[in-house]
Ligand binder design. Structure first.
Ligand SMILES: Cc1cc2nc3c(=O)[nH]c(=O)nc-3n(C[C@H](O)[C@H](O)[C@H](O)COP(=O)(O)OP(=O)(O)OC[C@H]3O[C@@H](n4cnc5c(N)ncnc54)[C@H](O)[C@@H]3O)c2cc1C
Length: 287
């Protein structure tokens, strides 16, 4: 017989693919001048299900003077997005998209790496002032849902034999996760543009995958990344058909769009073999 004390705190009639998780900041580690690694902990994180890779998640960002909104509602968080949208402006915390850098369900921990880009948005503002013990919500894949595997993951190289990954600092967590998943036979090239040389991180990659870090210092955003990809493509003609290339591009939307256009229109890469994601847009907040 089910007693009240046995009953789960939140009852969902069906398990959604993504759902909110209540978390607390356990640790904050500086990875470089532009990166902070947050380790979140929460009782429920044993059900946070992902293979990592470029797994997208949502951070419900705390704002000074505003209580953290309740996304669980009457349905236990099953339709968390409708609940969030229905909130009055003054009670709706900003939602921002991030990558699950590492997940340790057995320890009930999730790591998220935040790029600190000044005081221009709620997420970067929160990240640079947050303290261990702060509470917030993450919205992530629900391991209790049978169909959550692979949802929110764009990395689909199929049986491509050569890989090209290019991204700016916001894509470093995703690319690091992808690199960690590759088997020893993988070959290709990775370009990562970061603000400063001290932002370069140690990443694990198979011997056949070359990782090139591109600190931009005072150069315009995207310039070094674009130049590096163009230079790489010039050394690998032709980039179509039998070559079996899969390209994954992420970062500032304008740069990513231009890189994708270059690969498809000028370098001849099959458009179905290019995954491209605008992770942020210069001059515009996420929503
Ligand atoms: C699938 C996906 C995964 C992502 N993963 C990560 C991740 O793991 N780590 C991470 O740090 N970011 C990640 N991002 C990017 C992140 O969502 C954006 O940078 C987001 O805009 C940050 O929110 P904010 O509140 O700080 O700024 P917003 O309020 O969204 O924007 C405020 C201003 O800051 C500018 N801005 C936003 N981001 C940057 C930036 N990085 N550099 C310079 N200016 C910026 C905007 O153009 C705008 O003018 C990811 C995005 C997507 C779509």
């Amino acid at each position: 017989m089910l007693t009240l004390t046995d009953a789960p705190a939140r009852v969902r009639l069906s398990e959604p693919v993504y759902r909110p998780f209540e978390v607390t900041v356990a640790r904050i580690r500086r990875l470089g001048p532009s990166f902070l690694r947050f380790t979140f902990t929460g009782d429920d994180l044993e059900h946070f299900g992902t293979e990592c890779l470029d797994q997208r998640i949502k951070v419900v960002v705390p704002v000074d003077g505003m209580p953290m909104c309740d996304l669980f509602g009457a349905d236990g968080g099953a339709d968390w997005y409708a609940t969030w949208r229905a909130l009055p402006d003054a009670e709706r915390n900003p939602l921002r998209t991030y990558t699950a850098r590492a997940v340790r369900p057995e320890l009930r921990e999730v790591d998220v790496d935040f790029v600190c880009h000044g005081d221009t948005g709620p997420a970067t503002r929160w990240a640079t002032t947050a303290q261990p013990g702060d509470s917030l919500l993450l919205v992530g894949p629900n391991a209790l849902c049978d169909t959550s595997a692979g949802v929110g993951i764009e990395w689909r190289p199929g049986d491509a034999r050569t890989l090209l990954l290019a991204g700016d600092e916001t894509a470093v967590p995703a690319i690091s996760g992808i690199l960690g998943s590759l088997d020893d036979s993988a070959t290709g090239h990775v370009f990562l543009e970061v603000p400063y040389a001290d932002d370069i991180q140690h990443v694990t990659a198979p011997a056949g995958v070359t990782v090139t870090w591109l600190p931009r210092n005072d150069l315009p955003h995207g310039e070094r990344l674009t130049e590096a990809v163009r230079h790489w493509a010039a050394g690998h003609p032709p980039l179509h058909g039998a070559f079996g290339l899969y390209a994954w591009l992420a970062g500032e939307a304008g740069t990513v769009k231009a890189l994708r256009r270059f690969l498809v229109r000028e370098a001849g890469v099959d458009r179905s073999q290019v995954a491209f994601m605008g992770y942020w847009r210069a001059g515009r907040p996420e929503n």
